[in-house]
Design a protein around this ligand. Structure first.
Ligand SMILES: C[S@@+](CC[C@H](N)C(=O)[O-])C[C@H]1O[C@@H](n2cnc3c(N)ncnc32)[C@H](O)[C@@H]1O
Length: 382
């Protein structure tokens, strides 16, 4: 999960769930890519690229439409067509779950929340005043308590013409994959962001201790512990791409009005070197090479994976896709070697990445499972 501009059971249970292991205090988010419905939603004629950034093709909707008075709702300022994408999702609106946790182990759910606002990512430049005016109308659709909570959020964009609302969105929004009608998806207009009461309070750390995913079917963000979180540790996410160099990340944080003093930013030379090394180890390519080239030692790819994993853990970047992808290659490597016992140990590790929801791997938890012998990679490299 990244900040929007950079990169929650009936009644109370639907409101979003905050683990009792966390506490929100003043000054204290590609999610799994969403799939579009099999049948494309009805998109009004004229909503296409040729029409450019035409705000007349937008609408304000409140979802779920028939929410009870104590159910969290989201005011969405979106392109026409997104409403159909959302309401046609199988299971929508799925009730959210309550989590009760104390010790925060890797993969434990911490917070599930339906945002109070989803909006088109604000355009820059001369569109800002028009966007701000439209957002004033959007805010009128929010419940008073949500509006108050929104306006109480920090605004770091006070001197770039953003306005009070757009400024708060830009400071606090998390980006959201999907939900954009087909003609606009994969364009500069094809990105939404959302603001939520609790998740928007997460501060930045370039080695964040949370990872999250967005679930269309409940219109909610879910935050998990990306690694073991100690008692008293602040919960964080990264507002920038953590693989950017430290200087580049600081430039990204500038409009937010802070200088990051996390461990990676305080020792940028060593950290930049390790982060570059993580990215330089293309584990998928190396895996293909190892499967084809039988002259390479049997444990060659395993050493590469372990090296990458060591660097990721040193930089505390378990929230990043590289971590889970490396664990997956280790599992594949052991399956290729016909070692179900070792593979199952790494399956147990990857299943702790609960934010990734790799449920199809569950049968491989049991080293005796017949799923191993049926696997397409079984004993491919013995
Ligand atoms: C999304 S808000 C986070 C919640 C905010 N701390 C608050 O009190 O509302 C983003 C703002 O928090 C502050 N912030 C976030 N991460 C920070 C950090 N690592 N160091 C200092 N300030 C930070 C900055 O003022 C930033 O504009």
């Amino acid at each position: 999960m990244k900040r929007g501009f950079l990169n929650s059971n009936k009644s109370k249970a639907r409101m979003g769930a905050v683990s009792d292991a966390i506490h929100a205090k003043p000054g204290a988010i590609p999610a799994k890519p969403n799939t579009l419905p099999a049948k494309p939603a009805n998109v009004p004629a004229g909503l296409g690229l040729g029409f450019g950034f035409d705000l007349n093709n937008t609408e304000t909707i409140v979802l779920p439409e028939n929410a009870g008075p104590d159910e969290q709702v989201t005011v969405c300022y979106v392109w026409r067509g997104s409403k159909e994408i959302i309401v046609q999702k199988p299971g929508f609106p799925t009730p959210m779950c309550l989590f009760a946790t104390r010790r925060i182990a890797q993969g434990e759910p911490i917070l599930a929340e339906r945002p109070f606002l989803i909006a088109i990512r604000a355009p820059l430049g001369n569109m800002l005043p028009e966007m701000e005016r439209r957002m004033e109308e959007v805010l009128k659709r929010m419940r008073p308590a949500d509006r108050d909570a929104f306006m109480a959020l920090h605004n770091g964009y006070t001197d770039d013409g953003s306005g009070e609302i757009i400024g708060r969105v830009r400071t606090n929004a998390l980006s959201l994959d999907g939900l954009v009608p087909e003609p606009l998806a994969n364009t500069v207009m094809g990105l939404y962001c959302c603001v939520a009461r609790n998740i928007s309070l997460l501060n930045n750390d370039c080695s964040p201790n949370t990872a999250s995913n967005w679930r269309d079917e409940s219109l909610s963000y879910h935050v998990f512990a990306a690694r073991e979180i100690k008692e008293g540790e602040e919960l964080t996410l990264c507002y920038a791409d953590p693989f950017d160099r430290a200087a580049q990340r600081q430039a990204t944080f500038k409009p937010y009005g802070f200088v990051c003093r996390c461990a990676a930013c305080l020792d940028p030379t060593a950290s930049d070197r390790r982060r570059a090394a993580i990215r330089s180890i293309n584990i998928m390519e190396l895996f293909s090479q190892w499967v084809m080239d039988k002259t390479l030692p049997g444990d060659w790819i395993i050493d590469k994976c372990l090296e990458k994993l060591r660097l990721i853990e040193q930089e505390e970047l378990q929230c990043e896709d590289d971590y889970q992808a490396t664990l997956m290659m280790l599992i594949h490597a052991y399956i290729c070697r016909g070692d179900a016992k070792k593979a199952s140990e790494w399956v147990a590790r990857i299943l702790r990445c609960a934010w990734k929801m790799e449920r199809e791997l569950e049968p491989l938890l049991d080293a005796e499972s017949s799923a191993y012998k049926k696997h397409s990679l079984w004993r491919k490299r013995v």
